[in-house]
Design a protein around this ligand. Structure first.
Ligand SMILES: *Cc1c(COP(=O)(O)O)cnc(C)c1O
Length: 442
């Protein structure tokens, strides 16, 4: 399996090079040149396989010979080492909880998987690798945790000043060692642009072996397909569905795009709903056919405060830039903070289930779709992407005290004894570049 750049289909690279470079030198995202189809029989018998076997079937064709199977198997076991409960909320609406990992958000899976791949490649090449990553909140924590103390790898995380929650900041700034936190006086899109810019910079490339750990990196993006297979496996045990509907709270559109890949591999998914907060570039695009990102608005679902989602170019490619085809598989709705808060309260009062602001938007998207498509009776799932405690300050006041702390040891992050190490930089690529060039690599 080779990967081509979305800007030039002739630029083909291996999985190893795609993971090691993150972004193609022409600035395009990498995309697998083909999408393997899994056997019909395998899909319909998913319930008899364990999740590790399923994950191996799903991911192996994308890695091929670049990592030995035994090693992939270790990475998979290391990555999927926490539960992914599927719960019924009411009627046909289910929630897939993806926040039981070490940093309480779904990005733990992609980050850990990628860290495993990168360790393998760093060791094989005998080279130290620098991971540059922009975060709207949760990527930073997941990547910091997944890569902490991995030999041969250093991680530089750029996050927006005042744009992430206190726990998220703690998760990024408290580990130290090979994890460096840069607070940028800008928003997420500014951080992401600086990272993209750095990859294309000749002087930086001379000094560093740079890669990204954003969902633009195939090593982080593709393992997110696992969620959809796991959900289907759990659903067939319960209900034997023919097709599923997924609502995915979306920011950079990596997670939903992974779902669309799972669908192309043969997983029966009827429809996707990309649920967004007020950063509604994609809902507007699907209506008007005009792609017109405007400046980022701050919301209480801050991990989705992104107005120019990188992975949308992958989705657009998957549907051959054909709006008619895309609309058959995808709709996108946006919701305000007020709507988000009121649904969190309502779901708690009625069903005693506590949504976080991101999952709440997932629920709202699903509800809107089901209201518009009343004849649909198969099970539907929204993804709950973070634990509500991570967004404590944004939760309705009367619920804050009711949040049950997760079993994971978040005290390590909340412990004030841990140093908060960060470097503040202005939103200027040249200042960032000078800083990178002047510092010595550990
Ligand atoms: C990153 C994140 C999202 C958005 O996922 P994308 O793949 O960027 O669309 C949603 N919810 C939470 C909690 C996140 O951390």
């Amino acid at each position: 399996m080779l990967y081509h750049s979305l800007k030039n289909y002739q630029n083909l690279v291996s999985f190893e090079d795609a993971v090691l470079t993150g972004l193609s030198p022409d600035g395009g995202l990498y995309m697998p040149e083909c999408i393997p189809k899994l056997e019909h029989k395998f899909i319909h018998q998913l319930s008899i396989y364990d999740i590790y076997t399923i994950a191996m079937f799903v991911i192996k064709p994308y890695i091929g010979k670049y990592i030995p199977e035994k090693f992939i198997d270790d990475i998979i076991h290391d990555t999927l080492n926490f539960p992914f409960p599927l719960k019924k909320i009411h009627d046909n609406i289910h929630v897939l909880e993806l926040f039981h990992g070490p940093t309480l958000a779904f990005k733990d899976v992609g980050a850990k998987f990628m860290a495993g791949c990168l360790s393998f490649f760093s060791d094989k090449l005998g080279k130290s690798i620098t991971v540059l990553v922009a975060t709207s909140g949760d990527t930073g924590g997941a990547v910091a945790k997944g890569f902490h103390q991995k030999p041969g790898i250093e991680v530089i995380i750029l996050y927006p000043y005042n744009g992430i929650s206190p726990i998220q900041e703690k998760q990024i700034t408290s580990l130290g060692d090979n994890i460096l936190a840069l607070e940028i006086d800008g928003d997420f899109d500014d951080c992401q642009n600086m990272v993209k810019h750095a990859f294309l910079d000749k002087e930086l490339k001379k000094k560093y072996t740079l890669t990204s750990a954003n969902s633009i990196n195939v090593g982080r993006w593709l393992p997110q397909m696992f969620y959809y297979f796991i959900a289907y496996k759990k659903m067939i045990v319960e209900k034997n569905p023919s097709e599923l509907i997924f609502s995915v709270p979306s920011g950079n559109f990596g997670n939903i795009c992974a779902g669309m890949m799972a669908n192309r591999m043969g997983l029966p998914i009827k429809f996707f709903i990309a649920s967004t907060n007020s950063n509604d570039t994609i809902p507007r695009f699907l209506k008007s056919e005009k792609y017109h990102p405007i400046s980022v608005k701050k919301t209480i679902s801050n991990a989705m405060d992104i107005s120019d989602p990188s992975n949308f170019s992958r989705i657009w490619h998957l549907y051959q830039k054909n709006m008619f085809q895309l609309r058959k598989k995808l709709n996108s709705y946006k919701f305000t903070d007020e709507e988000t808060l009121s649904i969190i309260k309502m779901i708690w009062k009625k069903y005693k289930y506590m949504l976080d602001p991101h999952g709440a938007i997932g629920y709202l998207g699903l509800r809107q779709y089901l209201q518009e498509n009343k004849n649909f009776s198969d099970p539907s799932i929204f993804l709950e992407t973070a634990h509500p405690i991570k967004f404590l300050n944004h939760m309705p006041a009367f619920l804050q005290k009711k949040i049950v702390p997760p079993s994971q040891k978040i005290e390590t992050f909340l412990n004030t004894k841990n140093k908060n190490k960060k470097i503040s930089l202005s939103n200027d690529f040249n200042i960032f570049k000078t800083w990178l060039l002047d510092r010595s690599i550990k």
